[in-house]
Ligand binder design. Structure first.
Ligand SMILES: Nc1ncnc2c1ncn2[C@@H]1O[C@H](COP(=O)(O)OP(=O)(O)OP(=O)(O)O)[C@@H](O)[C@H]1O
Length: 326
């Protein structure tokens, strides 16, 4: 049936059309149009409660949409799920394990439940998955003795038991220490390098920025931005210059004369390229600005051109701050 989709549609690993999920009167997911290109590491970003988990649950058939549609690996959801789920590895809302069984025994049970997984190669598969997430040393321990981070990694190992075209990871670094976070990040990158599409939700902007090629931003159930990281950075408005100087007033006057829009910032003066509205009018080149400042007698201690950060961009879009701490 995979060939029944239009060729263009298969370029997307996940596609939703006006996807809506209501709980009573609340629109947890409101007319969301997601387009996740194949091969992307796609960060699904948004503050707590913005609708990420609900979207993921609908994509995996764990909840039904109120309106709108979704396709996963070219198949309509939920109709095509039976066919598509063996190709999808998922980690959603802290996986459930048997606490009195070891990590290895838990993964073996999971693998047994997959009717496409040959039993002859089970031990090897489980061993490799544990190795992949750095849990080999703890494989024999009972899961009740695992830390939250270890359970999280065991969940990812479960998603990796079979080769997958798509991995859906809901907040995979929740509860991980910095070392565990780094490991998951590099794991995600290596999975993508092997050709899988990775769809990963997070409320941590810094994390998404470090491991993703694409981002979608949710705010109160709506998708407020979507695209490659490079595209989103470009749409972030004008860059600015930061001039560190003891001659703030003179610097501001000269920057204003050049058509920039200076504002004092401690021992520096900031000025946006393209004027106060951040429009596309090209401003003077940075080197022209330095020459003009020096010619005007401004003592320049430091000069930097700063791109708007993604955080500034997303805070502007969602009206909320992101937790950027690791
Ligand atoms: N089963 C449910 N019944 C009622 N309301 C729900 C249900 N599941 C989610 N919601 C509500 O839908 C909204 C979106 O929740 P969701 O879990 O999708 O957000 P999220 O972005 O994943 O947040 P988090 O990072 O906290 O998991 C929230 O207001 C939540 O309370």
């Amino acid at each position: 049936m995979g060939t029944a989709v239009a060729p263009g549609a298969t370029e997307l690993a996940i596609e939703t059309t006006a996807l809506t999920k209501r709980f009573g009167r609340q629109r947890a997911v409101d007319a969301v149009d997601l387009a996740v290109p194949r091969g992307a590491v796609f960060g699904f970003l948004g503050p707590n409660g913005s609708g990420k988990t609900t979207t993921i649950r609908v994509l995996l058939g764990l909840a039904s949409a109120t309106e709108g549609g979704a396709r996963v690996l070219g198949q309509e959801v939920p109709r095509g799920l039976r066919e598509v789920l063996p190709r999808v590895g998922a980690l959603v809302e802290g996986p459930a394990f048997y606490p009195f069984l070891s990590g290895t025994a838990n993964l073996e049970r999971l693998d047994t439940a997959n009717r496409y997984a040959p039993s002859a190669t089970r031990t090897e598969r489980v061993h490799r998955a544990l190795e992949r997430v750095g849990l080999s040393h703890a494989a024999g321990k009972r899961v009740r003795a695992f830390s939250l981070g270890m359970k999280q990694r065991l969940g990812i190992a479960g998603a990796l038991l079979s080769p997958r075209d798509l991995l859906v990871l809901d907040e995979p670094t929740n509860g991980l220490d910095p070392q565990g976070t780094r490991e998951v990040r590099s794991l995600v990158r290596s999975l993508a390098a092997e050709g899988a599409t990775v769809f990963v939700s997070s409320h941590l902007l810094a994390e998404v920025e470090q491991m993703c090629t694409h981002v979608a931003v949710m705010s109160a159930g709506s998708l407020v931005a979507q695209g490659s990281l490079a595209e989103l950075r470009r749409s972030g408005g004008a860059a600015r210059v930061r001039v560190r100087t003891p001659d703030g007033a003179a610097a501001a006057a000269e920057l204003a004369r050049l058509g920039l829009d200076p504002e004092p910032a401690g021992d520096a003066v900031l000025a946006r390229f393209g004027g106060a509205t951040g429009d596309a009018t090209p401003g003077p080149a940075p080197e022209t600005i330095v020459v003009a400042l020096v010619a005007a007698g401004v003592r320049v201690r430091g000069f930097a051109v700063e791109e708007p950060t993604l955080e500034e961009r997303f805070v502007a879009l969602t009206g909320e701050g992101f937790d950027v701490a690791q």
